[in-house]
Design a protein around this ligand. Structure first.
Ligand code: NI
Length: 224
């Protein structure tokens, strides 16, 4: 993914017109593209019916349509909202098949809207417009469900808490003309949650799930 983004940028920056107009105060930019959420998770072990299974979780990557909108409050600073179609992640056991129900535990869906303040530091005439940003994320986690095999084994009512956390990013706009640019960014988001569920009549939990994903975006942007 990183290599693909880099080579796309090199091609596009070579093709970009020499007359670049950087962003200005009052502009609104809208971007659409591909956003990948790649969890860098670490979790505590699964507690089921008072018993520590000694097994954590792993959470798989997912790519969706990423959308963002940014408003330039000055020539160098914008406020950006990251949105996307819902991400659906497989949740697997941290070791192979500990319950004899297959390695996949279930699935969760989430939306991670993130509000970021970005600072652009290059000269206004530059084709390449890198920026750094910091912000805050709210992650809604919903549609948590176990696989059929785990439901048959007695697991039910999976629930993961929503998360509030900080985020940081590096990004770049490659200006194609006055209106169009290609954008890439990599951001880190602090997403921490915990899970609870039923094991037959008993309760189960995973008390600490640090999802803390790297989020990669490659998009096309338009300036209004
Ligand atoms: Ni964290």
């Amino acid at each position: 993914m990183k290599t693909a983004i880099l080579s796309s940028l090199l091609v596009l920056s070579a093709a970009a017109s020499s007359v670049a107009i950087a962003h200005q105060q009052g502009e609104i930019i809208v971007r659409g593209g591909a956003t990948t959420v790649a969890p860098d998770e670490s979790t505590s072990t699964i507690i089921a019916g008072g018993e520590d299974l000694g097994v954590g979780l792993s959470i798989e990557s997912n790519t969706q349509l990423g959308l963002n909108i940014a408003y330039f409050v000055t020539d160098n600073l914008n406020i950006e909202l990251l949105a996307a179609t819902p991400f659906k992640h497989d949740v697997d056991f941290g070791v192979t098949d500990p319950l004899g129900t297959g390695n996949k535990l279930g699935e969760v869906t989430h939306l991670p809207p993130t509000l970021t303040l970005n600072y652009y530091f290059n000269d206004a005439s530059s084709v390449l417009q890198p920026y750094v940003g910091a912000g805050v994320n709210y992650t809604f986690i919903y549609d948590e469900e176990f696989t059929g095999a785990n439901r048959e084994a007695g697991l039910s009512d999976l629930s993961l808490d929503n998360s509030v956390g900080l985020s940081a990013q590096l990004g770049m706009d490659v200006m194609l003309d006055n209106n169009w640019h290609v954008n890439t960014s990599v951001r880190w988001i602090d997403i921490d949650t915990e899970a609870s569920f039923n094991v037959g009549e008993a309760r189960g939990a995973v008390n600490s799930i640090e999802i803390d994903p790297w989020v990669y975006t490659l998009a096309v942007g338009y300036t209004f």
